[in-house]
Design a protein. Sequence first.
Length: 227
Amino acid sequence: MSPQKQSGNPARQAHIEQTVKQQREAKRQEKLAEYQRQLKKRQRGKLLWWVLGGVAVLAVAAIVIASIVFAPKTYTAGSEGAEIEGVQTFELESDHVEGVVEYEQTPPAGGPHNSAWLSCGIYDQPQQNENAVHALEHGAVWITYDPEQITGGDLDALRALAPRTYALVSPYPGMDTPIAVSAWEHQLKVDSVDDPRIAQFIEEYWQGGTAPELGASCTGIEGPGKL
C-alpha cells in the first residue's frame, strides 16, 4: 500500500484520513459480502447433495421393496398330496399330434399336443394351446389370465407368483374366470390374484403331480411376446 499522503492543512489532513478509513471499510464490507455469497453457495450445494442423496436412498429402497414384493417365489418340486379346494382333476391322453386340438378344458390342462413344446417363461401375448400343453407334460405349470380383467399391479403380482423355471404365464382371452392355473390333468380357477390357493396349487403340482415327462426340458420353441 502506498504511504499515506500528509497535508500541512489540519482540515485537509483529517479529510484524507477519513477518506482512507472509508476506503478500508468499503473493502472490508466488500470482502465480507463476497464471503457471505460463497458461504450461501456452499450451503446451497450441500442442500442439493442432501436432497439428491435422499432421493437416491428412496429410489434404492423402492427397488429393494419391489424386488421383494415382485420377486419370483420359491417352490418345492413334487407333490405332497395336499387337498386344495376348487382343484379340478381330469384323465387325459398324451399323444403327439399334428394340427389344432379341440380341448375339453379352457384353457387346456393336458391332452394330445404338438411334438414341439413351448419354452417356459412370461409372455404378453396368447400362446398356442398345443405347444403349451406339451410344456405341461414336462411338469410345468401354466398361469393364464383374462387380459381385460387382470392388468397393471395385479398382472405384476400374478407374474411374480410364477416359479423361476418350469412355468408359463400368458394372457388367455375368452376364459370364464379371471385367472386359471393349470398343471397336467389338474386345474384351478380363481377370481383374484390375492387368492392363496394359486401358490398352494403351484407348490402341489409344479414339477409333480401326474405329468408324464417330469424334468424334461422346458426350453423349446418361443411363442410371440416373450418378455
